[in-house]
Design a protein around this ligand. Structure first.
Ligand code: NAD
Ligand code: APR
Length: 233
């Protein structure tokens, strides 16, 4: 099959072998901390310092890590594939960018971005953030939050993502449990549009039955071999 338009969805599993915690695996993040405390607007309103500490810790941790062979294979696919490749990630880490991916959407936001709830400005962010940090744009204090999409909030660039899914002829889902919507429904959207759909995951996800095919194993092994096959075909 000669594909022309590929949409790829990644989740925490693509970064697991780089050392980034997943959410719902054994010992996943949500087994250590209640997601309602750090990944909901209510949690932030109740205890902003706890939420800032959680994301500051994740930002520091991710800064020490490196992309793995799965991230590098996806960047190579974008460089060498003759058609279009759009990479949509649920991850807030920057490992795809650091591996070289450019045509990329962070649908759940990014740990390297700050959002001011007073002026709406989004600014690139390094280092720790707290309510005492002034907004780089409006200079007010007490309004800066991580630019991350929490439960109950709308993911980013959904129109662009659905347009791409409806035009895709290949949809690849990598390292996501298929637990959280709307990302968990992308496979059905792409399938309805006639795309071939494949899951590359450590084990069958909750949406495994929605895929035309699957290859199960660690992303750093199964993603490079699948990309090799795509580039050779
Ligand atoms: P949703 O309905 O998409 O997901 C609710 C999810 O919460 C459930 O599917 C389950 O996966 C999770 N959940 C429920 N109970 C849980 C528990 N005890 N421990 C861990 N997880 C539990 O949520 P939503 O409100 O529609 O989210 C909107 C968007 O925000 C989604 O795309 C979601 O992925 C995103 N989001 C991002 C982050 C982040 O840290 N980037 C965190 C949460 C949600
Ligand atoms: N290689 C491939 N897949 C892996 C690997 C690996 N080395 N390690 C784990 N996985 C798979 C797991 O089998 C699981 O299916 O990655 C998936 C991780 O699932 P989750 O922890 O639920 O992460 P994710 O699907 O990205 O969560 C979606 O939920 O909390 C929100 O916004 C948050 O973006 C996150 C969203």
């Amino acid at each position: 099959m000669d594909y022309r338009r590929i949409v790829i969805l990644t989740g925490a599993g693509v970064s697991a072998e780089s050392g980034v915690d997943t959410f719902r695996d054994k010992n996943g993040l949500w087994s250590k901390i209640d997601y309602r405390d750090v990944a909901t607007p209510e949690g932030f309103a109740a205890n902003p310092a706890l939420v800032h500490d959680f994301y500051n810790m994740r930002r520091r941790r991710i800064a020490e890590l490196e992309p793995n062979d799965a991230h590098r294979a996806l960047a190579r696919l974008e460089r060498e594939f003759s058609g279009e490749v759009l990479l949509v990630t649920q991850n807030i880490d920057d490992l795809h960018e650091r591996a070289g991916s450019k045509n990329l959407i962070h649908m759940h936001g990014e740990h390297r971005s700050a959002l001011c709830t007073h002026c709406g400005d989004r600014s690139p962010w390094e280092g720790d953030m707290s309510l005492e940090t002034p907004c780089p744009a409006c200079a007010t204090v007490g309004h800066l939050r991580p630019d991350v999409v929490w439960f109950g909030e709308m993911p980013y660039q959904m129109e662009r993502i659905y347009d791409a899914l409806r035009a895709a002829d290949l949809f690849i889902s990598i390292g996501t449990s298929g637990n959280v919507y709307p990302a968990a429904q992308f496979v059905q959207e792409a399938g309805r549009a006639g795309a071939h759909t494949i899951e590359l995951n450590l084990e069958p996800s909750d949406t495994f039955d929605d895929f035309d095919e699957a290859v199960h194993g660690p992303a750093s092994r199964v993603v490079p071999s699948y990309v090799d096959m795509l580039l050779k075909s």
